[in-house]
Ligand binder design. Structure first.
Ligand code: CMP
Length: 135
C-alpha cells in the first residue's frame, strides 16, 4: 500500500455529453485526489503516439479518429493504489461488461467511446503523466 499517481482521460464522448462534472464527482467521492487537470484537444500525431501500443489493432484508426474528435480532459489522480483504484472506478473496457455504478457503465457509448482512459500500471502512469504534463 502506497500513495501513487495515475493518469485519467475523460474522453471526447463524455465531454460532449457534459459528463465532466459527474465523472469528477466520482473521483472526489473516492479516495483519489485530483492533483492536475487540463482540457485540451489531441491532434492526430499525438493521439497515434499515445496509443502506439495499439497501432496494429483493427480498431486503431477508429480510436485515433474518436480521440481527436473533440476536447478531452486529462487528470493526474493521487491516492493509495491509485492505478488500481481508478481502474475499479472506471469498470471494464467493454461497457457491456462494466459493473453497475462504474464510470463506463454509466457514461460509455461503445467499446471505443468508453468515456474514460486510465493507466494500466504504475510504469505506464509515469510515462502517460509525463506525456501530457511535462511539456
Ligand atoms: P483505453 O483504456 O483508452 O485503451 C485503449 C482503447 O482502445 C480502449 O480504452 C478503447 O477505447 C479502445 N478499444 C479497446 N478494445 C477495443 C475494441 N475491441 N474495439 C474498439 N475499441 C477498442
Amino acid at each position: 500500500m502506497s500513495e501513487d499517481l495515475t493518469l485519467s482521460i475523460i474522453k471526447p464522448n463524455a465531454v460532449r455529453n457534459k459528463k465532466i462534472g459527474k465523472i469528477i464527482s466520482i473521483f472526489e467521492e473516492s479516495n483519489l485526489k485530483i492533483k492536475k487537470a487540463k482540457l485540451m484537444t489531441l491532434n492526430k500525431s499525438k493521439a497515434e503516439t499515445f496509443y502506439k501500443e495499439h497501432a496494429n489493432k483493427p480498431f486503431f484508426d477508429e480510436l485515433v479518429k474518436f480521440m481527436t474528435s473533440g476536447p478531452i480532459m486529462v487528470l493526474v489522480l493521487e491516492g493509495t493504489n491509485a492505478v488500481e483504484e481508478n481502474r475499479r472506478l472506471m469498470g471494464a473496457t467493454n461497457p457491456a461488461e462494466a459493473k453497475n455504478g462504474t464510470i463506463r457503465s454509466l457514461y460509455a457509448d461503445s467499446m471505443t467511446e468508453n468515456a474514460v482512459h486510465g493507466s494500466d500500471s504504475q510504469k505506464s502512469a509515469h510515462s502517460e503523466i509525463a506525456f501530457f504534463f511535462n511539456e
